[in-house]
Design a binder for this molecule. Structure first.
Ligand SMILES: Cc1ncc(C[n+]2csc(CCOP(=O)(O)OP(=O)(O)O)c2C)c(N)n1
Length: 415
């Protein structure tokens, strides 16, 4: 998809002095500053365009990303959605074992990838296939795990992208550790960890955030609150007014953003990444969004939510909102929109063609790369599988010879 645009923005200053807006009178009163104030998210999710794509009043704290970055965001969101639809179709054709769709979450998935540098590390969950293709990872490599062929289809070290994590929240601990290590070695790498609303109830999430805060690890914890953890609604997940408060408790500056407003998502994440890169420690962002599709192709979402709710979110579609705004800016017209749509179709056609080729996989490779030093149990299991495969192959050869012999006999009889 071409090189992602990287925008440099100032870091968030979290010193109490910087956030205190005091009149001369209150300054004289010398009220001790409240350090917690600097950590608090905005009372309402940050929005920069409304549901119809009209610009809202500018905010001094979040500079709007430049128009070329927004156009690139749009292009990648359109391709990302087409990829997502194609992947869902591949499950129906038996080409993918399972696919968790990110439809409706395009602003978050793609915005996050435009906010980080190629040298930063990304820690995705099973939901982030769209984000990974937006990071220019080959879509077939991205889907290798979900096809069940291999632990991970891309090289995590080369792509600076951890394998997609299915155990909830474990990636937050990995991100904290990696970010700490990078900073310790004097590098300005940022780690961005994706996390779902449900997974913020997991112990690992809290341990990861706490570790990053205490050791000032440059991590951006990016919570995509898509309102459901499979069938469990947000109301059963937290009583907090925003998941962003979960960062505040650990001393992490936090923000909440309209996750279907692509302009705001990119602006907020740009700032969060700049904050972490500048050595100020972690930052937590909660994006309010919605999972338009079932949890995976194996789920029936109509059993726990009604169609009216889904329809209401359809009206806040992030791609339509951004397209409307870009038209107002004068950087999108019918021609460019058609060009992007054609590019997305070609992308899906190429993915389809390559996913329709049956892969050849060595069953014994299942045991590779699980541990640097395989455990005795793994060595034993590997040997067991090897022996079974060898016995199967021998049996198949015997069967073939017997069939040949029968064939030759029948032929003689017929003469
Ligand atoms: C430790 C652990 N517990 C339970 C599960 C089963 N599980 C898979 S996805 C999921 C829901 C997660 O919801 P959320 O964190 O909101 O992310 P989303 O799927 O909505 O992106 C659960 C409970 C798991 N994968 N790992």
């Amino acid at each position: 998809m071409g090189a992602p645009h990287v925008q440099e923005v100032p870091a968030v200053t979290t010193t109490p002095q910087a956030v205190r807006r005091t009149s001369p009178r209150t300054r004289r009163a010398a009220t001790p500053p409240d350090p917690a104030r600097a950590l608090l998210p905005s009372p309402e999710p940050v929005r920069m365009i409304d549901d119809q794509g009209n610009r809202l009043p500018e905010r001094a704290d979040y500079p709007e990303p430049p128009a070329d970055a927004l156009r690139e965001l749009y292009r990648r969101m359109v391709i990302g959605r087409r990829f997502d639809v194609q992947a869902t179709t591949l499950t129906k054709q038996g080409r993918l074992a399972v696919y968790p769709s990110a439809r409706g979450q395009e602003a978050c998935q793609v915005g996050a990838m435009l906010a980080v540098r190629p040298t930063d590390w990304v820690f995705p969950t099973y939901r982030e296939s769209m984000a990974l293709v937006s990071r220019d990872i080959d879509p077939v490599e991205v889907l290798t795990l979900l096809r069940g062929d291999w632990h991970c289809g891309y090289d995590p070290a080369a792509r600076r992208t951890a394998p997609q994590c299915t155990p909830l929240a474990t990636q937050t601990v990995h991100a904290a550790g990696l970010a700490y290590g990078e900073a310790y070695q004097g590098r300005d790498t940022v780690a961005l960890a994706f996390i779902g609303d449900g997974a913020t109830s997991e112990g690992d999430f809290h341990e990861g955030v706490n570790f990053a805060a205490v050791f000032k690890a440059p991590v951006v914890f990016f919570v995509q609150n898509n309102r459901y953890a499979i069938s469990v609604p947000l109301s059963r997940q937290t009583a907090a007014p925003s998941l962003a408060y979960k960062g505040v408790g650990y001393g992490v500056p936090s923000e909440q953003v309209d996750g279907n407003d692509p302009v705001a998502v990119l602006a907020v994440l740009n700032r969060a990444v700049a904050h972490a890169r500048a050595g100020n420690g972690p930052f937590l962002v909660e994006a309010h969004t919605y999972r338009m599709e079932p949890h995976t192709n194996a789920d029936d979402a109509s059993r726990y939510r009604d169609g009216a709710e889904v329809d209401a979110w359809r009206d806040r579609d992030p791609i339509a909102r951004l397209a409307a705004y870009l038209r107002q800016l004068g950087v999108l017209d019918d021609g460019t929109e058609a060009g992007v749509a054609a590019e997305a179709e070609a992308y899906a056609a190429d993915l389809r063609a390559r996913m329709n080729v049956q892969p050849t996989v060595d069953p014994l490779s299942l045991f590779d790369h699980v541990f640097a030093e395989p455990t005795p149990q793994l060595v034993e299991q590997r040997e067991q599988v090897r022996a079974e495969l060898a016995a199967d192959a021998e049996q198949a050869e015997d069967d073939e010879q017997a069939a040949d012999a029968r064939g030759a006999h029948d032929e003689q009889g017929a003469r």
